[in-house]
Design a binder for this molecule. Structure first.
Ligand code: AP5
Length: 214
């Protein structure tokens, strides 16, 4: 089973992805996570990506597409994948469509988490992360001890692009570039919209039902 998870920044893609890959044993591919790892390792790709990400802008397709191709080449995907945060421009969707055409990587389903922008702003500005990628929220999913990851004991931090100023730019990028991608998959009959404004458990229960039917 190969799935895309889409939705505006902060709609809950990363949170749901963690639960989906665990339950359905899929390979999680998050372009945002790959970029953050490249930035942490101070690679050339990371340096380029950083200059866009910190402003809330999308990284150019000329950087993002080859990075995804390279990930797929290096990782043997045996039991399907969950792609999170890609494609998010029409050009990316077209390039990816060509790449996976008639292969075992063809997309079965596109899940879109629908959340209004006022909720998004509260979710993003209240998000805290562990260095290992576990996602918390001060109100909706707080750690047991403030500022410390329940699992690893590491110090939590806020992403540099999680400021209100950056969120406004990210939502503009989403409106201008990513919404047309939803239309692209709707036309292929692959898109399913999920109300992402409910609790994490309720959203995941809907996703589970959907995937169990596949
Ligand atoms: P990326 O890392 O993909 O960020 P994003 O799309 O902006 O999404 P987020 O990670 O911010 O949010 P999310 O939807 O995963 O929400 P989460 O589960 O954390 O990309 C970052 C940047 O990289 C981009 O801006 C761009 O520059 C670049 N980039 C990445 N991919 C690219 C591409 N393909 N092309 C070009 N550039 C690219 O949840 C958010 C918060 O809400 C958390 O605190 C969580 O605890 C809480 N929460 C989640 N669900 C619920 C719920 N149901 N109820 C209450 N709270 C909830």
């Amino acid at each position: 089973m190969n799935i895309l998870i889409m939705g505006a920044p902060g709609s809950g893609k990363g949170t749901m992805s963690a639960r989906i890959v665990q339950k359905f044993n899929l390979t999680h591919i998050s372009t945002g996570d790959i970029f953050r790892s490249e930035i942490k390792n101070e690679t050339e790709l990371g340096k380029t990506a950083k200059s866009y990400i910190e402003k809330g802008l999308l990284v150019p397709d000329s950087v993002t597409n080859p990075m995804v191709v390279s990930f797929l080449e290096k990782n043997n995907i045996e039991n399907g994948y969950l792609l999170d945060g890609y494609p998010r421009t029409l050009a990316q969707a077209e390039v990816y469509g060509e790449l996976i055409k008639n292969s075992s990587l063809e997309i079965d389903l596109v899940i879109n988490l629908d959340v209004n922008y006022e909720i998004i702003k509260e979710r993003i500005t209240g998000r805290w992360m562990s260095p290992e990628g576990k996602i918390y929220h001060v109100k909706y999913n707080p750690p047991k001890v403030e500022g410390i990851c329940d699992v690893s004991g590491s110090q939590l931090f806020q992403r540099k692009d999680d400021t209100l100023e950056s969120v406004v730019v990210r939502l503009e990028e989403y409106d201008n570039n990513t919404k047309p991608v939803l239309e692209f998959y709707a036309k292929q009959g692959k898109l399913v919209n999920i109300d992402g404004e409910r609790s994490m458990d309720e959203v995941f229960a809907d996703i589970e039902k959907l995937l169990e039917k596949k």
